[in-house]
Write a protein that binds this ligand. Sequence first.
Ligand code: UDH
Length: 288
Amino acid sequence: KHLIAETSFTQSRSSLPLCPEQPPHLVGKMNIKPTITLQEVTNEESLRNLSYGGRYAPPYCQAREKTAIIIPYRDRKEHLDILVRHLHTVLQRQQLEYGIYVVEMALPTQFNRGLLVNAGFRTARGISNYTCYVIHDVDSLMTDDRNLYRCGSQPIHFMTGSTKYKNNGIPYYDFHGGVVGFTPEQYLKVNGFSNLYFGWGSEDDDLGIRLQYFGMRYVRPNDEFGKYVALPHVRDVSNQESPNSYGLVRNVPARQMQDGVETIGFKRFALEYQQLYTWLLIGVKEDE
Ligand code: UDH
């Protein structure tokens, strides 16, 4: 059923002119505070424009990028509700064609951000031919819509700073957490994330090492555009620091081709096309 709907979603726009390089309706800096409420962030019109599963395409022009937003997720419903509404408003102004994929880890498995993103990448790729995958933490809100969620010739680290960190910056120079963007070719070349980081850990550092190995490097947007507001939360009980992550980051090249998006063992318990997003519930193979 979704294949038929997919064809009609894509075909009707192939005769439209290309959207302008600079989206004309951007507002620049937005007034976003960590205390922002659901009501403040909701723009009803942007929600009315959606197709099933939280999909959108500009009505009068062909988007320059077709972006899948992948949100690794568990038990942060308040944040999720705010983030997806914010994204729908901003991404429509950016004239992107996009879909939002919320990838939730089923209990009782410990949270594993890398594995969820790999599962989300594979599922979204099976649904449509996205040209850019933006991996997005659930607690981080973009504050300037000139930070376009498009991909480039190198992977992009969209976050130049967050209210989560000192001086609204990033915690260390090589930090690549929060929000990153990959073309499917870039993501597949490095074999995506490792699947081995259960708990709160360094899966993002592991991915950075994978890039280096293939001569790639993250680029960042203009510092002014890349600031995020973090919605406050405490460390989750089910996401304690991973005890073996330190050992893992030391041997990335040795295992990166055997441990990644191509070799992931996951079980998809659910796939639902909800109004504001496509929802996946993911477990690991041993849960069967
Ligand atoms: N997440 C959930 N539920 C959980 C745990 C994590 O949804 O129970 C997701 C969510 O998208 C979140 C992301 O995973 O935004 C990252 O988890 P976090 O918000 O707990 O991470 P934190 O803000 O740190 O504590 C970000 C990385 C900083 C250190 C990088 C070390 N390499």
